[in-house]
Design a binder for this molecule. Structure first.
Ligand SMILES: Cc1cc2nc3c(=O)[nH]c(=O)nc-3n(C[C@H](O)[C@H](O)[C@H](O)COP(=O)(O)OP(=O)(O)OC[C@H]3O[C@@H](n4cnc5c(N)ncnc54)[C@H](O)[C@@H]3O)c2cc1C
Length: 272
């Protein structure tokens, strides 16, 4: 994180913009317990879109639905998403919807469908580790969706998710090729959210072979593979960096570590 508050994230977004990188801003937080908290989160993001416009920043916003009150009430949460997507369109920005634990996938996709039916400027994340994702992609493609494909970050059981990294990587590649085909004919907006450079190389080869070269973006996290992010931009790739900010970072980080012990190893390696 560049810092705890929105100002630090906006500053980092400006610096990255001068180096040719776009950004996606997200405030840390999830699973709010009251409607009032969810309204405050929605209002915060409405303010973020205003700030992006005032500073002419080429930035998007990404939200978690449980941060916007999904556990409190699906209808209100859906309305918050519709309001944010409309604001994103109005400001020439874009709203991304994160994908959380597997128990939220149906609700997330249903809310995404509503938001997409109301207009463009909104995309959803799909997780390659879930066994259901190939079917979810098939069901979404008729909407001309914007999809950010990731491997998946939560500790899911074997009945819903692939457990071996090798299998997740293989499913990611298969899904990526399907997304490239859709992107090549304008039937989808494709984003690959990964730091796996070998995978990106293979996706790049397929992109060229399938006429989707230059028709997709790569998104990575702030502070991870920074030199490679810039090298991709230098090679002509559209790259965005996801910047998290917020005072809940410690609790959020500890939850992520507890959920997926492999993340501890990433942290240790990133220190050296
Ligand atoms: C833009 C973006 C949005 C995301 N949104 C979601 C979402 O909505 N839902 C969701 O479930 N997951 C999301 N994720 C997380 C994703 O699911 C993976 O857990 C994460 O990206 C690590 O997988 P990888 O694809 O980078 O590949 P891996 O094979 O896990 O990693 C490849 C290499 O990248 C480096 N690396 C990866 N992660 C880290 C790290 N944290 N610290 C240091 N080095 C690292 C390591 O060198 C590693 O060997 C998102 C990721 C990105 C980049």
């Amino acid at each position: 994180m560049p810092g705890e508050d929105l100002r630090a994230a906006l500053g980092a977004s400006g610096e990255l913009a001068t180096a040719g990188l776009g950004t996606v801003l997200t405030q840390l937080g999830e699973q709010v317990r009251s409607g009032a908290e969810a309204v405050a989160v929605r209002d915060h993001y409405l303010e973020v879109f205003d700030q992006l416009r005032e500073r002419f920043l080429p930035a998007h916003v990404s939200v978690k639905l449980t941060h916007l009150g999904l556990d409190v009430g699906r209808e209100a949460c859906s309305n918050h998403v519709l309001a944010l997507a409309a604001k994103a369109r109005e400001e020439g920005s874009f709203l991304w919807i994160d994908m959380e634990e597997s128990r939220y996938v149906d609700a997330t996709l249903e809310i995404y469908r509503r938001a997409r039916a109301a207009g463009a400027g909104v995309g959803v994340c799909l997780q390659a580790y879930l066994q259901r994702t190939p079917q979810d992609l098939t069901a979404l493609l008729p909407l001309a969706p914007a999809i950010r494909l990731v491997k998946g970050a939560y500790n899911e059981s074997a009945d819903v998710a692939l457990r071996r990294k090798k299998d997740v990587d293989a499913q990611y590649f298969t899904l990526a090729v399907r997304l490239l085909d859709a992107a090549a004919t304008g039937r989808a907006t494709a984003v690959f959210g990964t730091h796996d450079l070998r995978l990106l190389e293979r996706i790049g080869e397929q992109g060229v072979a399938r006429g989707a070269g230059g028709r997709y973006e790569v998104h990575m996290l702030y502070g991870i593979r920074t030199a490679e992010q810039r090298a991709l931009v230098a090679a002509g790739m559209k790259v965005r960096v996801l910047i998290s900010y917020g005072s809940h970072w410690f609790a959020w980080y500890m939850r992520r570590l507890a959920e997926r012990p492999a993340n501890v190893w990433f942290v240790i390696r990133s220190l050296f």
